[in-house]
Every structure is written in structure tokens, then in C-alpha cells.
Design a protein around this ligand. Sequence first.
Ligand SMILES: NC(=O)C1=CN([C@@H]2O[C@H](COP(=O)(O)OP(=O)(O)OC[C@H]3O[C@@H](n4cnc5c(N)ncnc54)[C@H](OP(=O)(O)O)[C@@H]3O)[C@@H](O)[C@H]2O)C=CC1
Ligand SMILES: CC(=O)N[C@@H](CCC(=O)OP(=O)(O)O)C(=O)O
Length: 356
Amino acid sequence: MRMTPRGTAPLTAAVAGASGYAGGELLRLLLQHPRFRVGALTAASSAGSTLGEHQPHLPALADRVLRPTTPDVLAGHDVVFLALPHGASAEVAAALGEDVVVVDCGADHRLTDAGAWAEFYGGTHAGSWPYGLPELPRADGTRQREALKGAGRIAVPGCYPTGVSLALAPGFAAGLLQHDDVVVVAASGTSGAGKAPKPHLLGAEVMGAMSPYGVGGVHRHTPEIEQNLTAAAGAAVRVSFTPTLAPMPRGILATSTARLAAGVDPAAVRAAWVEAYAGEPFVHVLPEGRWPSTAAVLGSNAVQLQVAVDVRAGRVVVVSAVDNLTKGTAGGAVQSVNLALGLDEGLGLSAAGVAP
Ligand SMILES: NC(=O)C1=CN([C@@H]2O[C@H](COP(=O)(O)OP(=O)(O)OC[C@H]3O[C@@H](n4cnc5c(N)ncnc54)[C@H](OP(=O)(O)O)[C@@H]3O)[C@@H](O)[C@H]2O)C=CC1
Ligand SMILES: CC(=O)N[C@@H](CCC(=O)OP(=O)(O)O)C(=O)O
């Protein structure tokens, strides 16, 4: 049985996938966290090399040697962060005891519907864990953070679902939006695709170009976004989602639109978002007339939002920006772990970004 830590003794955190982008961002945040001490660091083909060869921006850990990703190496920590490719987490997690908080940054434990898993990922569904998006409004008036308090297992959301779900959920929770006409187009920086070499991520392909991918309702974040918006609406929501690759290292800008429900006064719409996030330190509805930008959230755990009503088209338009590696992965993971351990939710995290 896992106990809530008392006092101020350091908590140990292992990071599996430490040579990757998500692993590197987790380590950057853990080094700034007052309660964590970094324990074992693991990888696959990079095992045996030093962290400094993969993460030159983390000099404090440069001499640490990466170890193989095995349950034996990861056991004995308070928290294990898994920043591994899809499909690699479930087996490792199953071999870790109940006394360890396990945080899966990959997709293996995000979806509750085994049919959706089979359709979008294929293979065996590993099951679902409490979903790590604390601010997400739910139809019963609570927030997702309630499911994370004391959790021993956490499924970190995908980067697009973080920005898109927080953008639209207040409108569904307040009954302002139709459920069957939701369109999302989002652009992501290339770190969202991970570090493993891929031809479409070569500099010559990416620089100076924006290109869509996963078009036609086939991107695997579609069912995850629908799952979140359905939880907010209390009834099934259908989404058409189109991702785009943008020539920048980090950041996601999402434009999410939905048709206004019958009888809704357009003038009253924006207030629902302002009210939903009024007490949230990491979700910022910008003052009217200002628009989110990926540059303003770089390295930050913040989500920026703006809401407008396109009266001619009868649609609500929400633009959101997140850093895919911070709030979109590692920051969201640390925030959820803080809740799981009974620590202050924002401990070690900042809404301040890096600019220009
Ligand atoms: N990048 C992003 O913006 C986001 C990523 N995520 C998720 O986080 C996870 C990691 O992504 P990301 O960091 O981008 O990926 P990277 O490709 O950058 O890193 C993957 C890491 O996993 C290790 N690894 C690869 N295969 C295995 C294996 N079979 N067993 C153990 N370790 C392995 C790699 O080690 P080696 O160096 O030895 O190959 C590397 O450390 C993924 O599930 C991804 O979906 C979630 C949200 C956003
Ligand atoms: C630019 C880019 O390729 N992005 C990734 C999403 C990254 C992420 O959040 O997702 P997962 O944890 O679900 O892999 C993609 O579209 O597949």
C-alpha cells in the first residue's frame, strides 16, 4: 500500500527513456523540483552512454550512465516516469510494485475504450489509468484532479489532447456546444515526433514548410480528445482532428471550433471559459483582443487560451497554445504526480516561459 510522503525528505524518481525528448524535459523539471532526487536513468540502444551525450542542456546529470530499461533497475524508487515509445510501457509497469507511483508519458494507459485502442493503435489494450489532466472539467461539476489524488498509476495525456481538450471542455461542461460538429486543426513543433530519426523530419523537409499528416480522422489522438470532451459533456462528442507539422522545435497551436447549441446567447459564451479557469494557475484565458502564441508558453507549464464567437457561422472558436514537452508531457506529468503524492499541485512548476 502506497503511503503519502510526510516531512521534507527527498523522494526518488527514476526516468525511463532519459535519452529522449520527453525524458530530457522530465529531468529538467525534476532538477528544479524541491522534493525530488533523480535516481536511475534508463534507455534502450543508448544504455551504457552518459546522459551528457543526449541531453547537453542538463550539466548537473551529464556524467550519469544510462542503464537498460528493466524492472530491476527501476524498482526501489518512489516514482518511476516512463517516457518510452507506445507499447513499451505496459510490460515494464506491470512488473513494478504497488508501492511505486508509475507515470506513463506514452499512450498505453490513456484510453478507456478497448475498441478505440484496437482501431487507432492495434494490439492488446493494456487498460486505463487515472488520466493526468487535472484542470479538465467533468460533466458532474468536478475536475479531473479528483481522480489523481492518491493515485498510484497515472496516464499522461498526449500533447495535442492537452491543448485541445482544455480549449473545448468548458463549453461542453456548460452545455453551450453541439456534440456532433467539432473541428480541430492544430500545428505542432517537430519535437512532438520524438528523437528517433524519420525521413519526414529531416531539416530539408521541415524547414520553411508546414505539412498536414494523419488527415481524415485517423490520428490516434482523435479518440483521446473525444474521450475527454465526452467526459466534460456527459454525452458522446465527435471530433474531426487534423494535425500539422510546423517548422519549430516545440509548441502546439490549436484552433478548435464547435457549433453553438440552440438558443445560446453569443455574448454570454466567453464568460464560461473565464469562470471555468478563474482559479487555475496554469490555464490562462487571455484578456479580450489578445491571442495565444507558442512563443509565450515555451518551457512553461501554462496553457494560453482565447475564445471568440463567429456569429455568422454560428461557431465558437477557441485558440490554445501549449509547449508540447512541458504542459503537454513532462509538466503535466509532474503536476499529476504532485497531486498523487499529496504535494502542492504546482510544486516545482512555473507558468513563466522563455522569451523571445
Ligand atoms: N515528444 C512529445 O512532445 C511527447 C511525447 N509523449 C510520449 O512520450 C514518450 C517518449 O516520447 P519522446 O521522448 O518524444 O520519444 P524519443 O524518441 O525522443 O525518446 C524515446 C526514449 O525511449 C527509449 N526507448 C526506445 N525504445 C525503447 C524500448 N523498447 N524500451 C525502452 N526504452 C526505449 C529511447 O532510448 P534510446 O535512446 O536508447 O533509443 C529514448 O530514451 C512516447 O510515448 C511519446 O508518445 C507524450 C506527449 C508529448
Ligand atoms: C509532431 C508529432 O509527430 N506529434 C506526435 C504527437 C506527440 C504526442 O503527444 O503524442 P503521443 O504521446 O501520443 O505520442 C504525433 O502526431 O504523433
